[in-house]
Design a protein around this ligand. Structure first.
Ligand code: 1GP
Length: 251
């Protein structure tokens, strides 16, 4: 079993180093845009590249991931919207179970169907408790998942969901307000959940300002994911990465 990426996440959490991940939607990139994003990510010392989306329409995931792997050494983690989104060229797979929802297909059904191909891919598997938090507008993930998100102000529900996920053996908790969310997850919710769990916590959805990324980290986020805002303005990679990495390391 491969463990390299998880060890890096765990070590960064232990040492208090916050991580920044750029989310790349394979539907929205070609080689030249990928090259630009990679250059910016390398110079900004981005920690991870996440590749995927709730709805991947094109079928060039392999092409996107192998192009990245050939040209840069930032680890590539798949963030799949469905079990068909697999690429053996990536370093790891967020093996997501939608623990905030009550749709059995996304809790375990799709995992059963895709288990042989996931195993065969040879990817490092990162068992992830995926929690969708209401982002103030219907997002692709909230529509596709056919499951209610956790209300944005119900911190206790988020805490208990994350706690259950960790006790079920999830190695990461990913709280997501959905791509392009109008209202990102509150620092209060992040803080409450961070106090409750000890596995690394990933936060994404609607983060458009470096200051918000910084405050999320101060509240206890370990990894910040930004997609939409970077699609609109790729120069944000530098500012977001700098903000996340400027959070003081606890001694
Ligand atoms: C979505 O968490 C990610 O699943 C990132 O969201 O595209 O809004 O940055 P944004």
């Amino acid at each position: 079993m491969k463990t390299k990426i998880y060890k890096s996440l765990e070590e960064r959490k232990k040492s208090g180093h916050k991580s920044f991940a750029v989310l790349i939607d394979p539907d929205k990139v070609d080689h030249s845009l990928l090259d630009e994003l990679m250059d910016l990510s390398i110079s900004a010392k981005v920690d991870y590249l996440l590749v995927g989306g709730s709805l991947v329409i094109s079928n060039h995931l392999d092409d996107v991931v192998s192009h990245i792997k050939k040209n840069c050494s930032i680890p590539v983690i798949l963030f799949p919207g469905s079990p068909t989104q697999l690429s053996k060229y990536a370093d790891a797979l967020l093996y997501l179970s939608l623990i905030s929802g009550r749709n059995p297909e996304l809790l375990i059904g799709q995992h059963v169907v895709s288990a042989p191909s996931v195993r065969q891919s040879g990817l490092e598997i990162l068992p992830t408790g995926y929690m969708v938090i209401d982002g103030g507008a219907p997002t692709t993930v909230s529509y596709i998942s056919n499951a209610s998100p956790i209300p944005h102000d119900k911190n206790e529900i988020a805490m208990c969901t994350a706690m259950a996920g960790e006790m079920l053996g999830m190695k990461l908790i990913y709280m997501d307000a959905g791509s392009g969310a109008k209202r990102p997850i509150t620092e209060m919710m992040i803080e409450k959940v961070a106090e409750t769990i000890s596995v690394p916590m990933v936060i994404g959805g609607g983060i458009i300002e470096p200051e918000k990324a910084y405050r999320n980290c101060k509240a206890g986020a370990d990894v910040i994911v930004v997609g939409n805002a970077i699609e609109k303005d790729s120069s944000l990679i530098k500012e977001m990465s700098a903000a996340v990495h400027s959070v003081p390391v606890k001694v």
